[in-house]
Design a protein around this ligand. Structure first.
Ligand code: NAP
Length: 490
């Protein structure tokens, strides 16, 4: 069976930061795969933009290399795809070249959808939006895509949103969180709302707790100067982990309409119980890695990577969140994320309550909780852990087994990269899987008091060995409640 893809309207996509890591490693390979699938109609164009003085051919060569590096290979259709691509030298902060760029886009007949993807540092968002506005490129068919980080607290996020909002209507602003483009996250919507089975159980009466883990094995790589001003709470929790929490916890929206979904996510963010100076010590753990081993190789600690030993930036966070509403009252959501951890894994674990009474004796083995495990990476998929009788003679022995609900192989399709799906949604003008301004700001409003509590605290982050699962205090955070972090072998 093949995947079903519907072509999108003809478009001009201008990627500001076209020579950067995000564009070359994620966006262009994603667009190439959509092209191979026939989703990009002839006459569409992709323009890389940066200050570098490249011409079209030099940029195409760079994109071609990037496609090879990303495993897309140099197939027979690569040259055809590269013909859609061009390059324009522009400095976001200077005036030179903008009139010609705007003139070129406006001359296109019939007029295609215009997408401006800001794959540049956030310091340039305001300049670029201002230039697009003053050159009349912010019309009704324009869409602007911005990446995290959107600010470093609620005040700075509001300033960025105001500046973008001055030129573009909210309907045309796509704040991307690529976690929402992952197949498993969309599968969560399907599981919850296209089955009668789960939703009646999806509440405090039947769910014991939820865990969300986004663990990386990498350190800061080339991002030290940004990362040290951000830390794991701002870099990962404020956006990715809270967005995942919203997808798990939101009420059923009336439709899949963008605002219906985002209204429900916003209610979840607003219902999060505050964590502040009064309870941050009990509900949060922050850590920073020291030298250790990752994938069998010795790796330096954060301070050595940074070249300074006085940084209090956290590279690990674990926290216990609660949602103060009727559906979730008393159900902890344990979140953890960090760099240089033991494994690269992102997953959501929904742990159901124990059966109220066991009829089985000790010889049958323990009756353990059902769990729904949604794995975002690697090996995207969904498993429902159930108790069964171990097959065969020898009495009734219980066993917990995973019911694998990963159907990509059955359907014979490859798992698309999150950016593939999201880029096509931008062209379609469908913002369901993008963050609305009020969501971003509500997430910051929950994060701000945690940051303030940490700043006021004299304690540095707890040290953990690179290649471990974080500081021991993160284990204690969940074990204090009589629970443990999920392991596949549980
Ligand atoms: P990067 O590799 O440093 O690339 C930055 C790009 O911006 C380059 O193409 C650079 O080219 C261009 N640029 C810089 N100053 C410019 C100016 N004044 N005018 C026009 N172009 C300019 O950064 P990146 O890793 O791709 O990240 C870009 C953004 O995406 C950042 O906000 C980052 O936080 C976010 N992000 C990245 C990833 C990722 O996987 N890389 C993931 C999530 C979010 P020139 O210097 O030649 O102008």
């Amino acid at each position: 069976m093949t995947s079903h893809t519907l072509p999108v309207d003809r478009f001009d996509l201008a990627i500001f930061g076209g020579t950067g890591d995000l564009a070359l490693r994620k966006l262009l390979p994603g667009l190439f795969r959509r092209f191979l699938d026939g989703q990009i109609v002839p006459g569409s164009r992709i323009l890389g933009i940066a200050r570098d003085a490249l011409d079209d051919d030099a940029y195409r060569a760079r994109v071609g290399e990037a496609l090879e590096r990303s495993g897309c290979g140099a197939g027979p259709r690569t040259a055809e795809f590269l013909q859609l691509i061009g390059f324009r030298t522009l400095d976001a902060t200077a005036d030179q070249g903008w009139d010609a760029f705007a003139g070129e886009l406006k001359a296109r007949e019939p007029r295609p959808v215009r997408v401006f993807y800001l794959a540049v540092g956030p310091a340039l968002f305001v300049d670029i939006c201002e230039k697009l506005r003053t050159h009349g490129l912010n019309g009704d068919d324009a869409r602007i895509v911005i990446e995290k980080p959107i600010g470093k607290d609620s005040a700075s996020a509001a300033r960025i949103n105001d500046a973008i909002g001055a030129g573009f209507d909210e309907r045309h602003i796509f704040r991307i969180d690529h976690y929402l483009g992952k197949e498993t996250v969309q599968n969560l919507l399907a599981l919850r709302f296209a089955n009668a089975l789960f939703e009646p159980l999806w509440n405090a009466a039947h769910i014991d707790h939820v865990q969300i883990t986004v663990a990386e094995t990498l350190g800061m790589e080339q991002r030290a100067s940004y990362y040290d001003t951000a830390g794991a709470l701002r870099d990962m929790v404020q956006n990715h982990l809270l967005q995942l929490l919203c997808m798990v916890a939101m009420e059923p929206p009336a439709t899949l309409n963008a605002d219906a979904v985002r209204d429900e996510k916003l209610k979840v963010l607003r219902a999060l119980r505050p964590i502040d100076a009064g309870n941050a010590a009990a509900l949060t753990v922050r850590g920073q890695y020291r030298a250790g081993a990752a994938a069998g190789k010795a790796v330096p600690g954060y301070a050595e990577e940074l070249g300074r030993s006085d940084s209090r930036t956290e590279t690990f966070v674990a926290l216990k969140a609660e949602i103060g509403n009727w559906r979730w009252g008393g159900v902890p959501f344990y979140l953890r994320t960090g760099k240089r951890l033991a494994e690269r894994v992102s997953e959501i674990v929904v742990s159901f309550r124990q059966v109220p009474h066991s009829i089985f004796d000790a010889a049958s083995g323990p009756v353990t909780r059902n769990k729904l495990v949604l794995r975002l990476q690697p090996d995207e998929g969904v498993k429902l852990f159930l108790m069964i009788k171990e097959p065969g003679p020898g009495g009734l022995r219980l066993k917990r087994v995973p019911l694998d609900m990963t159907f990509a192989e059955t359907f014979g399709v490859h798992q698309p990269e999150a950016y593939e799906r999201l880029l096509m949604d931008v062209v379609r003008g469908n913002p369901t899987l993008f963050m609305r301004r009020d969501e971003v700001e509500a997430a910051w409003q929950w994060i701000d008091p945690i940051l303030a509590a940490w700043n006021a605290d004299r304690e540095p982050p707890k040290s953990y060995t690179a290649g471990s699962w974080g500081p021991g205090a993160a284990v204690a955070l969940i074990e204090r409640d009589g629970r443990t972090w999920h392991e596949e072998s549980d």
